[in-house]
Design a protein around this ligand. Structure first.
Ligand SMILES: [Zn+2]
Length: 405
């Protein structure tokens, strides 16, 4: 395992695993949910709140930060950690998912993807080499390879094409990153305008801070392709961890679960596995049950801004009239800052009156809910009772769904 990273498997309960993933910015206890900071902010929440919630690792988006404010500007501020004031572990995606979502605004070739910005229509090109420069400028602990993402229901030929291209792009990412590293100090430590904010105790980034490049296993819902992709990736290098991409993109849930079971048998047990873009509470529990360690999704904050609250009994929308006079907290079992202090009636009022605190409180609660859910899963794994815990949790979550948001 590379400098600055370590993955210690603590206990297993069936395929579910509890581990400690050490990175240059701290230890992540897994399984874990990573809140998404698309534009170098987990919408509505500041880093102190994320720490209080118990989040140990968050994600930022390469596509969005490259377009605005620009990865070179962020480099000159010392990288995303320092730019946004987050001193925990950070991961950047590669922008693959975003550029392939720009239907009609992109052209794919073997070299890379040319696309038009959703902000101003300007033309950009992402190649594996270019994305490595950008992710190096952003300076996250874990950086994802540039991959070819396709819709979930793609047929085998399309899935094979994209999966094999992703492996070729991985080799190019690896080569590009090696040559950037051999250029000497990290771009962050040589940044021109390194700001010294008066009165801050935020640590300076270490010179030549190590970054772990994670490959992404593609292959759609085709088990053979997933196996072939994993083996091709393992032939390239000794990876610190693995991304699982191309799931939760429109395929049926049983297909996702089946592919996770295939990958559980293929991926090395002693390395972290990150299921990208997943998900909802039940997806996290089902993923842990199939050997996944890390998750991310915008759902808790995006749905929170629409008034949806997660609970162990399913989710409900706070905007419904029935909550106008409800004195209970969003979730009576939750100890987050929103549930400890405020009633459903008050939060509903904030939404009705378009007060920004309402959006913040729902986001806070939902992120806390997923972080805590993974902490509970971890405790069950360590007690070797994950199968019973997950069965009870899923039964309750599915059977009592009070009001679907
Ligand atoms: Zn709460």
């Amino acid at each position: 395992m590379g400098t600055g990273f370590d993955f210690e498997l603590e206990s297993e309960s069936g395929p579910a695993r509890a581990a400690r993933f050490r990175t240059p910015h701290g230890t992540v206890e897994t399984p874990a949910f990573m809140p998404v900071g698309t534009a170098a902010t987990v919408k509505g929440l500041d880093p102190d709140e994320l720490h209080t919630i118990g989040a140990q690792m968050i994600l930022a988006n390469t596509y969005h930060l490259h377009l605005r404010p620009g990865d070179e500007l962020i480099r000159d501020f010392g990288g995303v950690h320092r730019f946004m004031g987050w001193d925990g572990t950070l991961l950047t995606d590669s922008g693959g998912f975003q550029v392939f979502s720009l239907e009609g605004l992109r052209t794919v070739s073997e070299d890379g993807v040319e696309f038009r910005s959703h902000l101003d229509g300007s033309t950009h090109v992402f190649t594996p080499e270019r994305v490595m420069v950008i992710e190096r400028n952003l300076g996250a602990d874990v950086i994802m390879q540039f991959d070819h993402v396709i819709p979930g229901q793609s047929d085998e030929a399309a899935a094979r094409d994209a999966s094999e291209r992703s492996v070729r792009w991985l080799a190019r990412c690896m080569k590009a990153l090696d040559s950037l590293r051999s250029d000497g100090a990290s771009p962050i430590s040589t940044a021109r305008n390194f700001p010294r904010l008066p009165g801050t105790t935020f640590p300076l980034p270490a010179p030549s801070q190590p970054q772990a490049l994670f490959p992404i296993v593609q292959g759609g819902i085709h088990a053979t392709l997933r196996r072939e992709a994993t083996r091709a990736i393992l032939d390239l290098a000794d990876w610190i961890g693995f991304g699982v991409g191309g799931l939760s993109v429109g395929e049926a849930k049983p297909d996702m679960y089946r592919i996770l079971e295939v990958l559980n048998g293929e991926l090395p047990r002693d390395r972290p596995r990150y299921l990208m873009g997943v998900g909802f509470p039940e997806d996290l529990v089902e993923g842990v049950a199939r050997g996944i360690d890390l998750f991310d999704c915008v759902a808790p904050t995006r749905m929170g801004r629409n008034g949806a609250a997660f609970t162990n009994d399913g989710r409900f929308n706070i905007k419904r009239a029935e909550f106008r006079t409800d004195p209970r907290p969003l979730d009576p079992e939750c100890d987050c800052g929103a549930c400890r202090r405020f009633s459903r009636g008050y939060i509903r009022h904030l939404f009705t009156a378009d007060e920004m605190l309402g959006l913040r409180l729902l986001s806070l609660h939902n992120v806390h809910f997923l972080v805590r859910l993974m902490r509970d899963a971890r405790a069950a794994i360590r007690a070797d009772r994950f199968a019973a815990w997950s069965r009870e949790w899923l039964t309750r979550y599915h059977s009592r769904s009070p009001v679907i948001a």
